[in-house]
Structures are given as structure tokens and as C-alpha cells.
Design a protein around this ligand. Structure first.
Ligand code: PMP
Length: 362
């Protein structure tokens, strides 16, 4: 037989994937504030660094495959049983595993747009068909429209609260109505990546939803409030049957021993108290930044996460370039808007100066 044209085809869905653009980094030693990836500006606690140092000595061994001790600690932290928790290397990986566990080729996955840019990618990788629902006024999720988008072919709905990149939360009563309208065989993923930054008393409590709805998965992470973005620890909580399915498709040994020990050290009461004080300081900074921006005349959505959103449309790319030139790295979504993370006081001050300059040129 003659050799065929020697090119391995990629899956059509993979060829068509939109890129996941990571937040830009400072270039070549230029002084810059990195406000492009919703990171926590504080470095790891000394106790967490010590846990990392000790754990690194076991790097020749595989980690505990299912991270039992960490799962136990997370379950106690959230108030669920250990059979209801599954960890992964970042909540984005856990989301991929969730979809892999339930989506058959061509199943529809409904999600808001604009929202977390990994959603269309993970859905396509899992073989699903993305169904996007535009945001409502003020960058809020349009839950009634999302419920109306559910068809007999829908397998999953993604609810991002607070929504990345716009910032508002859904309200508990809206989510209750949504869950009542959606059939019980449709999985509803509630992505609470920014939960610890939420200060809206009307926000839902993911764990309380789990008690009432067998079809809910709650997604959380140690990347944001707990400041471990670089170590990659996320988790999902769901009914034990679903958790078993998610575990079955998870990357074996997906969370390193170093990451497991750092996460455990972060969940100890003293560490946790200190980390949550830092979150409080970031929330205070968010309040200050939002007030200052409104004072400057900006119509920015109410954010309950560690970032703020500018609906700049076609001006987005030019404004981002101006910020970069002033040493402030922001995250543009071309043609749509610009997201700016809340960082240290000096970084936020530097950004507020940039925003004042944008104002002047409006
Ligand atoms: N969900 C949302 C809404 C996010 O914004 C992010 C991070 N940008 C994630 C999930 C994933 O975070 P990680 O993989 O670091 O846990």
C-alpha cells in the first residue's frame, strides 16, 4: 500500500477552538503592575512556603491520587461530606472533568456570554455544542433567558457568579426560580471562583443549593482568595454519584503533593484567618476603586469579585495600550471591554490615574 499523505488530522472541534489568552505579564524588567489575571497580589504566607519546602522533599514519589486529606479538609471547610468533594489541578481542570463526565457528543451546554473565556473551550473539548446567552443590563446574568435556552438536547448549564469578567452576582431567588424551571437531568454548574469576595447578602450559597438539588455542581478554587493560583488547586462539590463520575475521568495524580500540602496549610485556622483578612483588605480596595471610578464619571457594574469591568466596545484595545504604556497591565477583550484586577493599593492608584486619563480623552 502506498503511504498516505502523512498529516495527522486534529479533531475539527480542536481546530476551531478559540484561544485562551493568558493575562499579559510585565515585559523585560519594565516596572509594571500586573492587573490582568485576577490574581491575589499578596505572596504566600510563611507557613504555606514552609509546607511547600517540606513537601518538595517527596517529589520522587507520586502524590496521594485522590488527595484524601485535602478532600477531607475541604469537605469540613464547606460543610459537606468527603464523598461530595473532588479536587483537580485548578477549577478549570475540574470543570473540564465535570463536562467530560456528563456531555455526550453534540449535547448542548448553555452558558452566559461574555463570561469566563475557558467556557467555550472546555465545552468544545468535551464534544459539546456551545449555546451562549447574552448578558443583561449591567453585566448581569440573564437567568430567565438562560432557562429559556434549555432544550431537550441541553445537558449542562454554566452559571458564573460573580461573573468573570463583569463582576455582578446572581441573586438567590433568581437562581431558585431558574433551578425550578430547569429539568432535573440537566446539570447546573455554579462557578463560585470568587465566592470569598462576595458581599451581597442576596447572593446564593452554593452548598445550600447542593442540599436541595441533586443536579447542582459547585465549583471553587484556591487560586483567588487563597492566593495559590500558581499551584493549581480547584475543587467541585456535588452529589456522591456525580463526584464518583468526575473522579473517574480526572487526570490521575492531577494535584501535586506540593500543591496538596500548600492547600492544607492554607486551610489551617490561623492561616485561614490571615488569608481572609487579606481578602477583606482587597474588598475594601474594590469599594474604594469603584467609588473613585464613579466619581470620575464611569458607569462600571457592581463587582463582587476582585476585578472591575469597563464596557469600552471598540475603544478597548487602544485604552489597554494606554494603560500598558503607563505601566498598568490590564486584560482587554477586543471590541468588547476591559477587565482590571484589584491589586495592591499602589497598583490601584496607578490604575485610577490611567482611568482619569481615559476620561479626559473621552
Ligand atoms: N472560574 C472562573 C469564573 C474563573 O475566573 C477562573 C480563573 N480565571 C477559574 C474558574 C479557574 O481558576 P483556577 O483554574 O485557577 O482554579
Amino acid at each position: 500500500p502506498s503511504p498516505r499523505a502523512a498529516q495527522v488530522p486534529l479533531r475539527a472541534a480542536v481546530e476551531a477552538l478559540p484561544p485562551y489568552v493568558p493575562g499579559a505579564r510585565a515585559a523585560g524588567g519594565a516596572p509594571a503592575w500586573k492587573l490582568s489575571s485576577n490574581e491575589n497580589p499578596y505572596p504566600p504566607l510563611p507557613s504555606v512556603l514552609e509546607a511547600v519546602r517540606v513537601a518538595a522533599a517527596d517529589a520522587n514519589r507520586y502524590p496521594d491520587m485522590y488527595a484524601s486529606e485535602l478532600v477531607e479538609a475541604l469537605a469540613a471547610h464547606a460543610g459537606v461530606s468527603r464523598e461530595q468533594v473532588v479536587v483537580g489541578n485548578g477549577s478549570v481542570a475540574v470543570l473540564q472533568h465535570v463536562l467530560q463526565a456528563v456531555v455526550e457528543a453534540g449535547d448542548e451546554v448553555v452558558f452566559p456570554w461574555r463570561s469566563f473565556e475557558a467556557y467555550p473551550i472546555t465545552v468544545a473539548v468535551a464534544g459539546g455544542t456551545p449555546v451562549t446567552v447574552p448578558l443583561a443590563e449591567g453585566g448581569r446574568l440573564d437567568l430567565p433567558a438562560m432557562a429559556a435556552a434549555v432544550t431537550p438536547r441541553t445537558r449542562v448549564v454554566l452559571v458564573c457568579t460573580p461573573n468573570n469578567p463583569t463582576g455582578p452576582v446572581v441573586h438567590a431567588d433568581e437562581l431558585d426560580a431558574f433551578l425550578a424551571a430547569v429539568p432535573g437531568d440537566v446539570l447546573v454548574v455554579v462557578d463560585e471562583a470568587y465566592l470569598e469576595f462576595v458581599r451581597d447578602p442576596q447572593a446564593p450559597d452554593g452548598v445550600e443549593l447542593l442540599r436541595r438539588h441533586e443536579n447542582v455542581v459547585v465549583l471553587r478554587t484556591l487560586s483567588k482568595a487563597y492566593g495559590l493560583a500558581g499551584l493549581r488547586v480547584g475543587y467541585a462539590m456535588a452529589a456522591p454519584r456525580l463526584v464518583a463520575g468526575i473522579r473517574a475521568v480526572s487526570t490521575p495524580f492531577g494535584v501535586s503533593h506540593v500543591a496538596q500540602r500548600a492547600a492544607l496549610a492554607s486551610l489551617l485556622p490561623a492561616a485561614q484567618a490571615e488569608l481572609l483578612e487579606r481578602v477583606e483588605a482587597l474588598v475594601a480596595e474594590r469599594t474604594r476603586v469603584l467609588a473613585a471610578l464613579r466619581e470620575q464619571g464611569w458607569d462600571v457594574p457592581e463587582s463582587h469579585a476582585n476585578f472591575v469591568w469597563f464596557d469600552l466596545g471598540e475603544q478597548t484595545t487602544a485604552r489597554a495600550a494606554e494603560a500598558m504604556a503607563a505601566g498598568v497591565i490590564v486584560r482587554p477583550f477586543a471590541g468588547d471591554g476591559l477587565r482590571v484586577s484589584i491589586g495592591e493599593v499602589e497598583a490601584n492608584d496607578a490604575f485610577l490615574k490611567v482611568a482619569a486619563g481615559w476620561c479626559a480623552s473621552r
